[in-house]
Design a binder for this molecule. Sequence first.
Ligand code: NDP
Length: 254
Amino acid sequence: KVIATVAPVTDSENPTTQSPSPTPRSVLITGGNRGIGRAIAEAFVANGDHVAVTSRKGGAPDGALDLLCDITDPDAVDEAYAAAEAAHGPIEVLVANAGITKDTLVLRMSEDDFTSVIDTNLTASFRLAKRATKSMLRLRRGRIIFISSVIGLLGNAGQVNYAASKAGLVGMARSLARELGSRGITANVVAPGFVATEMTEALTEEQAKAITDKVPLGRYAAPEEVAAAVTWLADAGYVTGAVIPVDGGLGMGH
Ligand code: NDP
């Protein structure tokens, strides 16, 4: 009886390489000045990686390169990449985290409410991933990680725009996974449930209780709990096209 064994491959020339590269990696995180993105940036900095963080207002955590960039502006994205690459080398890990909500019921949702959320959450993620892919193809390794949401899988009244944008990230990641897998590039999605950040501070106490009542773990996530899934994906050599839930069980089965 022959048992095939497959040893992890670490040769950077080989597309089956187990991890993107030894630490430090060049990492770009959008929306890293607060909330989930900030916790992700802090986790990569703590790991010894070279981290660039983009946002419109600025304020990256200590140890990260602070880049002002509105991700809905293609020229600004190009400039941010150029600055990050000049400082840290080609991007090996992209975390497309920046996102917005503009919640309202469908009959009140304007075209602008819809398209502005799609522009920031989905179209900008395409732009960021396309730009990252250029150098990752040359390196023959890379990690693309989109921060989606359990709402993209479950849907939510008042969030037609947001849910559509977050569901779109799943199709995008899976297409990238198929297109780029042979070059050692993975594309995955992290789907958080409700996380204690400025985004969820906008909810009333009553809305928050209604949510936690439905979460098997009975609480919101801490941003660091989402960051842990992201850093795990950045290390994972044989995971691609996956949707990793960090939702306390809220979306299980989807
Ligand atoms: P916050 O509202 O706290 O932070 C949003 C981040 O995105 C900020 O850093 C903001 O920076 C940045 N951002 C927004 N628009 C733009 C833009 N046009 N260009 C550049 N940066 C932008 O959100 P969270 O930390 O809560 O959420 C982070 C991600 O996680 C989002 O994609 C969100 O949809 C997702 N998520 C959040 C959940 C939650 O419960 N909090 C649950 C599930 C998913 P600045 O304003 O300075 O530009």
